[in-house]
Design a protein around this ligand. Structure first.
Ligand code: TXA
Ligand code: MG
Length: 335
């Protein structure tokens, strides 16, 4: 294994290059990925910690960089639907969803195709594979240059808030990965919607950038929300306490206590706001898309204020609000 792909103490001492999202930077990111190294890449949702999904050593290096305690199945990213079709078996629902939402913030969990190249480790040994064609042009340019699926969980240390800028990535992973390709801030700011099409009705495993309403329009039915399969979680990203800032998080706060930081939405002002140590508003205009785009950045800022608790004002659960509330309730879960 090469230097960057190795897992061990040397990990902490390497330098992470910051690549511009121009022709040279894209070519260098693709070269590193092709050589089995770990590179953070921009997507329209959050930054992904990418590595060659067909190479178990490269995938293992993702886990080492993230300090992830266990092997969760990862999303494999592809430049287009045609390449995705070589990796997964698409039923009628999967085809309709891919047609409607790719490229974009949708991940399909499908039976592994015969001859598929995503390695066992990237799938955590499951007979299914999670596939996504990202909307971000820089990401797709990198993917088509590498010519292999790229496994990429969010580019944060395990248990931390997902990164929506190259600065966030470096804050968590500087010195632990080969490079970050800086594509600027992520426009959607919240992870992809994960939906399983494994026979029978499609199941929503994680709410995200594509809303339930949009899914219903294509499927004709509401996908069943299925955090678990026979009692076992099939979307480990759904485990409680996953997106956690250092501070405790308190939801549906109609009151802010002295010493707490406050995360607001729209015009609502909780009692006691004047005593808050720091205040951010996800969207003054009550725009849920703007709120999703700002969520992780604002959680990081409030966390950095040093407050022991972040009090979060109520946020409606319609549209992207479902994904926002999902992430917040996991940030608030007991750790
Ligand atoms: O927006 C996103 O999805 C970002 C960007 C980088 O693409 N990626 C991301 O990856 O959020 P990650 O690893 O943090 O989340 C992957 C999700 C988890 O909820 C995982 O459990 C689920 O996909 N998943 C992956 N493969 C699966 C499988 N075979 N069966 C069930 N769930 C799976
Ligand atoms: Mg994540």
């Amino acid at each position: 294994m090469n230097d960057h792909g190795s897992i061990g103490l040397s990990e902490a001492t390497r330098t992470t290059s910051r690549l511009a999202a121009d022709a040279d930077g894209i070519a260098e990111a693709a070269r590193l990925l092709g050589a089995g190294q770990v590179v953070a890449i921009p997507t329209e949702t959050v930054y992904g910690l990418g590595a060659d999904a067909s190479d178990p050593k490269a995938v293992a290096a993702i886990y080492a960089a993230k300090d992830r305690p266990r092997f969760n199945p990862l999303i494999s990213h592809l430049p287009d639907a045609a390449s995705a079709r070589r990796e997964g078996v698409f039923d009628e629902s999967a085809s309709a969803l891919a047609e409607a939402f790719w490229p974009g913030p949708l991940t399909l969990v499908l039976p592994v195709a015969a001859g598929g190249s995503v390695c066992d480790l990237a799938r955590a040994g499951l007979p299914s594979v999670a596939l996504r064609v990202p909307g971000d042009l820089v990401a797709r340019e990198v993917l088509s240059r590498v010519g292999r699926p790229i496994a990429a969980p969010s580019a944060n240390r395990s248990g931390r808030v997902s990164p929506t800028s190259a600065e966030h990535v470096l804050g968590d992973l500087d010195g632990r990965i080969a490079a970050v390709l800086d594509g600027g801030p992520c426009p959607i700011g919240i992870e992809s919607t994960v939906i399983a099409c494994l026979g029978g009705q499609p199941r929503l495993l994680r709410p995200g950038g594509i809303t339930r309403e949009e899914l219903r329009r294509v499927l004709g039915v509401d996908p069943v929300f299925a955090a678990s399969d026979e009692g076992r979680p099939i979307g480990p990203g759904l485990l409680a306490s996953h997106y956690a800032p250092r501070a405790a998080v308190r939801l549906d706060a109609e009151l802010v206590s002295a010493g707490e930081a406050a995360l607001l939405f729209g015009a609502f002002r909780p009692d006691g706001l004047a005593a808050a140590t720091a205040v951010e508003n996800l969207s003054l205009a009550s725009d849920l898309a703007e709120a999703a785009a700002q969520l992780f950045e604002m959680l990081r800022r409030l966390d950095a204020s040093g407050a022991a608790t972040i009090a979060v004002a109520p946020i409606p659960s319609k549209g992207l609000g479902e994904a926002i509330n999902d992430r917040l309730s996991r940030a608030a879960a007991p750790r």
